[in-house]
Design a protein around this ligand. Structure first.
Ligand code: G3H
Ligand code: 13P
Ligand code: ZN
Length: 331
C-alpha cells in the first residue's frame, strides 16, 4: 500500500473548493508517455497552475501502470526542479470501469479515482460508486462519479447517442454515494469528431460550427447541487490549426470538430471545476510529427521529431490555462 501523500501528490478536495469559489476550472490532461508529461508539467509550472494528470485504461495497457505512477511521482520532483516549491498535482484514474481497478489505483498511490458507472442502470451505478467511495475515503483519496452518457467512445464504453444527465437524479446520487465530484453529460463527447456534420452549421470557409452545450441542464444541476464540483469530459476544442496540419501532411481527418473555447470558459465560470482534455494533445503531437517527417525525410531519431511535438503540447496547455480555464496563478 502506497499513500499518495508520501509521493507529494494531492487529492482534488481543496483544489475544487478553490476553483468553485474562484470561477475557474482545473485542467485534467491524459498522459501516456514522458513527452506528454514533460509538456504538461512545464506549462503548469510556468503558468503556476494546479493540474490533474490522468491515466486511462488505454494508458495503463500502453505504458504499464507502475511506470505511469512513477512518472507522476517524478512529475512532482520535476515541477520542484523547474521552480515550483509546492506543486499541486493530482494523479487521477480516468474512467475506472469497476471497483477492482479503482482499488488497485488507490493502493498504488493515486490521489483520485473515477468510477464510471454511467453505462449501468441507475441503482447499479449508485452501488458500485458507493463501494469505491467507502474504500477510497479510508485513504483520503477523492472520487469522481458519472451520471448521463456522452456520445462517442468512452474508453471501452462506446455510445451511439448521448443522454444528458437528468438534473432530478443528481442530488440523490451524490447523497447516496458520497462522491466528491460528478461528471455530467451536457453535449460534450470524446474524440476528435464531437458532432456529426448534420448537427452543425458551416461558416463561410466551410468550417463546422457545433451546436451549443446544454447550459440550461448545467444550470438545473447547479441549482440542485449548489457549490458541488462538476466535471466535463470530452472537452477538447479540436484546434483547426492542428487538424489542418494533419491533413496537409498526409493525414485524413475530415469533419473534426470540438467544443469552442468560449463555451468552456463559460462552463468554468459556472459549476464546472474539472475539464478533461486528451484529443487536443494527440492532435498537436500528430500534426507536428507529420510536418516534421515531411520536412526532414532523412531524420530518424525520435528526439528530433518528438521535440517540436512536445513544444506544441506545452504551448497548447499554457494557452488553455491562461485563456480558457483560468487556472493560472492558482497553484
Ligand atoms: O476518455 C477517454 C480518453 O480520451 C482516454 O482514451 O483509453 O484511448 O487512452 P484512451
Ligand atoms: P477529449 O477526447 O475531448 O479530449 O476528452 C478526454 C476525456 O474526457 C478523458 O476522460
Ligand atoms: Zn472522459
Amino acid at each position: 500500500m502506497i499513500n499518495y501523500k508520501d509521493l507529494g501528490l494531492v487529492n482534488t478536495r481543496e483544489m475544487f473548493a478553490k476553483a468553485i469559489k474562484g470561477g475557474y476550472a482545473i485542467p485534467a490532461y491524459n498522459f501516456n508517455n514522458m513527452e506528454q508529461m514533460q509538456a504538461i508539467i512545464q506549462a503548469c509550472v510556468e503558468t503556476k497552475s494546479p493540474v490533474i494528470l490522468q491515466v486511462s485504461a488505454g494508458a495503463r495497457k500502453y505504458a504499464n501502470p507502475t511506470l505511469l505512477r512513477y512518472m507522476a511521482q517524478g512529475a512532482v520532483e520535476y515541477a520542484k526542479e523547474l521552480g515550483c516549491p509546492n506543486p499541486q498535482i493530482v494523479l487521477h484514474l480516468d474512467h475506472g470501469a469497476d471497483f477492482d481497478i479503482c482499488k488497485s489505483c488507490v493502493d498504488m498511490g493515486f490521489s483520485s479515482v473515477m468510477i464510471d458507472g454511467s453505462s449501468l442502470p441507475y441503482e447499479e451505478n449508485v452501488a458500485v460508486t458507493k463501494k469505491v467511495v467507502e474504500y477510497a475515503h479510508k485513504y483520503d483519496v477523492t472520487v469522481e462519479g458519472e451520471l448521463g452518457v456522452l456520445a462517442g467512445v468512452e474508453d471501452d464504453v462506446a455510445a451511439e447517442e448521448s443522454h444528458y444527465t437528468k438534473p432530478e437524479e443528481v442530488q440523490d446520487f451524490v447523497k447516496k454515494t458520497g462522491v466528491d465530484s460528478l461528471a455530467i453529460s451536457i453535449g460534450t463527447s470524446h474524440g476528435r469528431c464531437k458532432f456529426k456534420p448534420e448537427q452543425c452549421t458551416r461558416n463561410a470557409d466551410g468550417v463546422l460550427i457545433p451546436p451549443p452545450l446544454a447550459f440550461d441542464v448545467l444550470a438545473e444541476i447547479e441549482k440542485k447541487l449548489p457549490g458541488f464540483p462538476i466535471v466535463l469530459h470530452g472537452s477538447s476544442s479540436v484546434p483547426q490549426e492542428f487538424v489542418k496540419m494533419v491533413n496537409q501532411y498526409g493525414g485524413n481527418m475530415p469533419d473534426a470538430v470540438g467544443i469552442p473555447e468560449e463555451q468552456l470558459r463559460k462552463a468554468a465560470k459556472l459549476a464546472v471545476c474539472k475539464i478533461n482534455i486528451d484529443s487536443d494533445i494527440r492532435l498537436a503531437m500528430t500534426g507536428n510529427i507529420r510536418k516534421y517527417f515531411a520536412e526532414h525525410p532523412d531524420h530518424f531519431d525520435p528526439r528530433q521529431y518528438l521535440k517540436p511535438a512536445r513544444q506544441a503540447v506545452k504551448d497548447m496547455v499554457a494557452h488553455k490555462i491562461l485563456h480558457v480555464l483560468g487556472s493560472d496563478g492558482k497553484a
